[in-house]
Design a protein. Structure first.
Length: 363
């Protein structure tokens, strides 16, 4: 990548940030993937922040829009119909079994336990749940009458909290251990590398499934487990290799010659130069954490009130996930949220890779 003269002048005029930060920001802005990822993350970040403001301002009532206990009874009048047997399809009105009951209709079998005297052709007053998107519920409601858009906002908060906690812990552990292994070497280095090899040998997803089945994780439990496994695994090896390159730089030798202690050299010269690569791994770590939470929630193995994975799990247990696009608002918003936010962090990571790896920049 090439920074033009006008951009370099703007770096000198602006005194808010350090020159290094400003130069890296200009390089990042030239990455199309990085910009797209940043916009996606910003969008979901706004969703996470806006939901509490809606409740505080009174724009949303918690009794209606709370993602866990909210409920909005939507009354409708439906026509009772008797669905044909499977062998009788297609009929003049219904092409296949999934078409009956149709819009505005309800099967007599569903009505019978509540209104034994009702018969096909009668009108039946009931509550419509799940209800499709409307002006009051932009993404409709689920089978319990809870607002889906509010659940998406709640899921954004969970995704950011889990992703940032686990990635920060992972990078913190790996940066410290990788730097120590590179700087001190010897038996300590050998021990840390064998430890990383052992962690890499473990099948992460099956291990998480077993642990979650034995002990119902909360979000912060999962963050600690993911952060610890990531921080003790292959990330240590990557950070160590970067630290070894910094260790042989002339400024490190100068610090050593002038009487700098090992601790001083490591904290003042090694760690600051390893931090950029650690930040890059941190961004990629968020993506893995979001996918892990979605998988465990979908399998019903997390002790959590609401998340994107939990939304898909509830749609599956209620039978709506196999109904095609008839109840699309129960599955697609959550699935797309997982995909886009994970992809957003990945694209930002690719943009940062262009910043910190000069060989990837366009000439």
């Amino acid at each position: 990548m090439v920074i033009n003269t006008k951009e370099e002048k703007s770096i000198k005029k602006n005194k808010i940030f350090t020159p290094t930060f400003k130069r890296n920001w200009l390089l990042f802005r030239q990455s199309t993937m990085g910009r797209i990822g940043f916009v996606i993350i910003l969008f979901f970040g706004l969703l996470a922040v806006i939901q509490p403001l809606f409740f505080i301002s009174g724009y949303w009532s918690e009794s209606v829009y709370d993602p866990v206990v909210g409920y909005d009874p939507i009354e409708v009048t439906l026509l009772i119909v008797k669905c044909p047997k499977t062998a009788e399809f297609p009929t003049e009105k219904y092409e296949e079994p999934g078409d009956c009951p149709g819009d505005g209709e309800i099967s007599d079998r569903m009505v019978m336990p509540f209104a034994p005297m009702a018969k096909p052709g009668d009108l039946y007053d009931t509550f419509l749940q799940p209800s499709p998107p409307s002006k009051d519920h932009w993404l409709g409601t689920d089978s319990l009458g809870r607002d889906v858009f509010s659940q998406i906002m709640e899921g954004s908060q969970v995704a950011f909290a889990l992703g940032l906690m686990s990635a920060t812990l992972s990078v913190g552990i790996a940066t410290l251990l990788g730097t120590i292994a590179a700087f001190w070497g010897g038996r300590l280095d050998a021990y840390l590398m064998r430890q990383s090899d052992l962690i890499l040998m473990l099948p992460t997803l099956p291990l998480l499934l077993i642990m979650a089945a034995l002990y119902r994780f909360k979000i912060w439990h999962l963050a600690i487990v993911l952060g610890t496994l990531g921080g003790l695994g292959g990330l240590v090896i990557s950070v160590k290799s970067q630290a070894l390159q910094v260790k042989v730089k002339p400024f490190v030798d100068s610090a050593r010659v002038t009487g700098g202690t090992k601790f001083k050299i490591m904290t003042s010269h090694i760690l600051p130069n390893v931090a950029p690569i650690a930040l890059l791994f941190m961004v990629f770590g968020v993506t893995g954490a979001i996918f892990a939470e979605s998988t465990l929630s979908y399998l019903g193995l997390l002790n959590i009130d609401m998340s994107w994975g939990m939304m898909i799990y509830l749609a599956q247990t209620d039978g709506y996930i196999f109904s095609g696009l008839r109840y699309w608002w129960l599955v697609l918003p959550a699935g797309l949220s997982v995909t886009f936010l994970s992809g957003g962090f990945y694209l930002v990571g690719r943009g940062l890779d262009d910043v910190f790896n000069p060989r990837l920049r366009k000439r």
